[in-house]
Design a protein around this ligand. Structure first.
Ligand code: SF4
Length: 267
């Protein structure tokens, strides 16, 4: 059995949702424009570090979805998303704060960690490189709203960064946030993950895997703020036995968990 950050975080959010997705094969339909654009933007960044034209790479990748029936947030469109992406790529090149040596080796690095009972944890690290001349493990995110930086040290509590620090053993991590808003912005956020946090994350993974392998999938339902997870859950139709909602949001594709790490590219 292979586990990823997305799997563990989905189990911790709601074990029933985990069962629907990873055991029964109910996946959210890939129609979220933000998710698809995040993957295309990742390809454009890769082109940038390989000294190719990133805007052309973005146009090529995103161009494949020009006429696709994607779900855009209010006020967004294919054109607008493309322009924001190109603007962000220009700004990224102008800033010139990140350098990746040997991009073939240091982009999209696969890292693994053995777990009990022959299971394995797999993570794909976006990059290991230099930010402002210092070595960092780097995670890219595309989003439509800025990440909060206050109070100081908040970023070190991001579980995905803690996970990547745990699996790589690298304490200095950075989140590069490409904010697609009217005036696009890039946030270069740095954090230091402590040894204790890495150890605790390892324990969290082991305990979640133990529960998964014992077949414990009780629902963590919630509809009231702030634990209102059901209202945005793609598996809501299954819990409500509502066929139209199932047909709208889900597709059944057993055994498709090998690509779930792609969800980690965007918010
Ligand atoms: S709708 Fe609620 S209870 Fe059902 S899987 Fe989703 S989060 Fe869990």
């Amino acid at each position: 059995m292979v586990y990823s950050y997305t799997q563990i975080s989905q189990y911790l959010r709601c074990p029933r949702s985990y069962r629907y997705r990873y055991l029964d094969g109910w996946r959210e339909k890939d129609t979220r424009a933000a998710m698809v654009f995040g993957r295309c933007f990742e390809q454009a960044l890769s082109a940038y570090f390989h000294r190719q034209d990133p805007a052309a790479a973005l146009f090529k990748e995103w161009g494949a979805y020009r006429d696709a029936a994607l779900d855009y947030p209010k006020g967004h469109s294919w054109d607008k998303t493309l322009h924001q992406g190109v603007h962000l790529l220009h700004k990224f090149a102008q800033d010139d704060r990140i350098h990746i040596r040997q991009p073939k080796k240091n982009l999209q690095l696969k890292m693994t960690q053995s777990l009990a009972n022959g299971a394995e944890f797999v993570a794909y690290i976006d990059a290991i490189g230099e930010l402002d001349g210092e070595r960092y493990l780097i995670d890219w995110k595309t989003t439509t709203s800025r990440y909060s930086q206050e109070p100081a040290g908040l970023l070190a509590l991001d579980p995905q960064l803690v996970c990547y620090s745990w699996i790589s053993g690298i304490s200095e991590v950075a989140l590069v946030v490409f904010v697609r808003k009217n005036w696009p912005e890039i946030q270069y956020l740095k954090a230091s993950i402590a040894e204790e946090q890495r150890k605790e994350f390892g324990e969290l993974v082991h305990s979640a895997v133990e529960q998964i392998e014992s077949g414990r999938f009780l629902p963590h339902s919630g509809i009231r703020f702030p634990q209102n997870g059901c209202t945005s859950c793609s598996h809501l139709g299954l819990c409500l036995n509502n066929q139209p909602l199932i047909d709208t949001n889900l597709i059944r594709r057993p055994g498709a968990s090998d690509l779930d790490w792609l969800d980690e590219l965007v918010d």
